[in-house]
Ligand binder design. Structure first.
Ligand code: GTP
Ligand code: MG
Length: 187
């Protein structure tokens, strides 16, 4: 598509799924790409508190020179989910994070995902579902998570580019591939 200098990405999903950790890992990649010293990294990624409301992180895109990313990291707590839609109009891509190690909340995650993909202001915008916390032994596989959150059924009706990506926001595994894919969709 047309090359944009800036892209805004929305990070949504249930509380505790790992959205802020994911956003910080993307920041880490960005700093890395620019040879910045970030010895505080581990702490930066590990010492995360639940998000109040939302936070916008502005970073140089790690995998695409000259592209700036606004990463809108929303709180997943029920009382803040109403806020997600305030950004729907402004975003180019959606990153939905699922805690793959918390099967008791898959149904709730599915409800949240359904409301996101069905929202008119997000129509046709590319979607990546991060099946997160794959570093935990008891985490479900990507295809199990996809099934549980209804991604297989939804995809038929999505009319958008979408991708399921297993990842660990802590180790960064899979995050790079997911972000590269998203950038290829929005730039
Ligand atoms: P809210 O801001 O409340 O919506 O939560 P969030 O989705 O931003 O989750 P957050 O990034 O705060 O992470 C919640 C907890 O999960 C923290 O203790 C993280 O360290 C942990 N966590 C996040 N990603 C991973 C991961 O990939 N693996 C493991 N093992 N833990 C993770
Ligand atoms: Mg958060």
């Amino acid at each position: 598509g047309i090359k944009k200098a800036k892209a805004t990405l929305l990070v949504v999903g249930l509380d505790n799924s790992g959205k802020t950790t994911l956003a910080r890992t993307i920041q880490t990649f960005a700093a890395d790409a620019q040879d910045e010293d970030y010895s505080r990294d581990q702490e930066h990624v590990l010492n995360v508190q639940p998000t109040i409301g939302f936070r916008v992180e502005k970073v140089e895109s790690p995998f695409s020179k000259g592209l700036k990313l606004n990463i809108v990291d929303m709180s997943g707590q029920q009382c803040y989910r109403e806020l997600w839609q305030t950004y729907y109009e402004d975003v180019q891509g959606i990153m939905f994070v699922v805690d793959a190690a918390d099967p008791r909340r898959f149904a709730e995650a599915k409800d949240a995902l359904v409301s996101v993909v069905n929202h008119q202001e997000l129509a046709k915008k590319p979607l990546i579902v991060f099946s997160n916390k794959m570093d935990l032994r008891h985490a479900g596989t990507g295809s199990q998570v996809a099934k549980q959150v209804g991604l297989n059924d939804l995809s038929v009706h999505l009319e958008r580019a979408w991708r399921l990506q297993g990842c660990s926001a802590i180790t960064g595994e899979g995050v790079d591939d997911g972000v590269k894919w998203m950038i290829s969709q929005v730039k």
